[in-house]
Design a protein around this ligand. Structure first.
Ligand SMILES: NC(=O)c1ccc[n+]([C@@H]2O[C@H](COP(=O)([O-])OP(=O)(O)OC[C@H]3O[C@@H](n4cnc5c(N)ncnc54)[C@H](O)[C@@H]3O)[C@@H](O)[C@H]2O)c1
Length: 311
């Protein structure tokens, strides 16, 4: 992608900052972020001449003005925490649904060519129909999941009512450099790495046989750009399509680190789902494929980042 005017909401966060790093050299990028969890330090080129950072909440900013002349919007701004949405449903709704709706209105008012929305596998809830297809029903179990589902539905309705092009990307378990270890959202990989690097025994909840579908943050960046450039309108799971048990994950991380520290097993957490694996056949609609043989190298890059950036 080159020579485009792009807005990245939440562009100072874990995933958003990787998207900005990728796009800023060849495009004009405007980041909007309220700095609630995002930080300038996440950016590789914070002073790049193509970059404009607007500090503010989606609900307060003049989005009509910001989106003037914008080709594409990557919408990542959200309170990305399931537990926090359970504690503060109204507050998370303001961030995740009201903010999205205001952004989509500004996008259609400004004839933005496409909106790529960061959705979540949380919308599937405890649906046992593994691997999960995009056509499965919404089964949200948290306010966060309702807000992601609502944003997806608004995009579908805006496509039908106003012709606004969109792709909603449902991420499964994302990992990679810059992931916040204090985040309570599916942060098993940074927790294991951080604990082991500090000589501590990480905790596994339950028997460790629960499976998750991990996807590297740089694949998420690729998926966003491909979704934007494609002619597709709709929803795509962004995942590897492979289930890895938490015990297998632990073994791979200890092998890469050369550690013989054993985990501590604790009771299963209430609400933890047993298996989460995506059906990835819809990815062809945006021309995206994952090289799942690369998992160990991706873990090595992640571990290196945690070693270079002690928290
Ligand atoms: N990390 C994952 O595993 C994962 C999985 C599924 C979906 N997602 C979604 O991907 C997106 C990015 O997640 P992340 O892990 O990078 O989270 P993050 O918390 O690192 O990034 C979110 C960014 O949005 C900003 N923000 C939050 N509310 C805002 C608001 N109202 N106005 C303006 N800025 C606001 C934050 O300051 C932060 O920079 C989120 O929408 C999240 O729900 C993440």
């Amino acid at each position: 992608m080159e020579g485009k005017d792009i807005v990245v909401t939440g562009g100072l966060g874990f995933i958003g900052s990787h998207i900005v790093d990728e796009l800023v050299e060849n495009n004009r990028v405007t980041v909007t972020d309220n700095f609630s969890s995002g930080k300038i330090d996440n950016l590789k080129y914070p002073n790049h001449e193509n970059l404009k950072i607007i500090k503010g909440d989606l609900n307060d900013l003049d989005l009509d003005k910001i989106l003037k002349g914008t080709d594409y919007v990557f919408h990542l701004a959200a309170l990305a925490s399931v537990p926090e949405s359970v504690e503060k449903p109204l507050f998370s709704n303001e961030n995740n649904l009201d903010g999205s709706l205001k952004l989509f209105v500004a996008a259609k008012n400004n004839n933005v060519k496409k909106v790529v929305f960061s959705s979540s596998a949380a919308i599937y809830g405890e649906n046992p129909n593994i691997p999960l297809k995009e056509t499965e029903p919404y089964m949200p179990e948290s306010p966060y999941a309702v807000q992601k589902a609502g944003s997806e539905l608004y995009l579908k309705a805006f496509n039908e009512s106003y012709g606004l092009n969109y792709v909603s990307l449902r991420y499964f378990n994302v990992f990679g450099p810059k992931q916040n270890i204090n985040s309570s959202y599916a942060a098993v990989i940074p927790n294991f790495i951080y604990g082991l690097l500090n000589g501590r025994q990480p905790t596994i909840f339950g028997d460790g046989e629960q499976t998750r579908d991990f996807i590297y943050v740089k694949d998420i960046v690729r998926a966003n750009i491909l979704a934007c450039e494609s002619d597709y309108n709709g929803i795509v799971n962004i995942a590897s399509g492979n289930g890895l048990s938490i015990n297998q994950l632990y073994d791979i991380i200890t092998e890469v680190l050369g550690s013989d520290i054993k985990p501590i097993y604790e009771d299963e957490r209430i609400g933890d789902i047993k298996h989460s694996i995506a059906d990835i056949s819809n990815q062809k609609n945006i021309g995206f494929t994952v090289d799942s043989n690369n998992f160990k190298n991706q873990l090595k890059e992640t571990i290196k980042w945690f070693m270079d950036n002690p928290q």
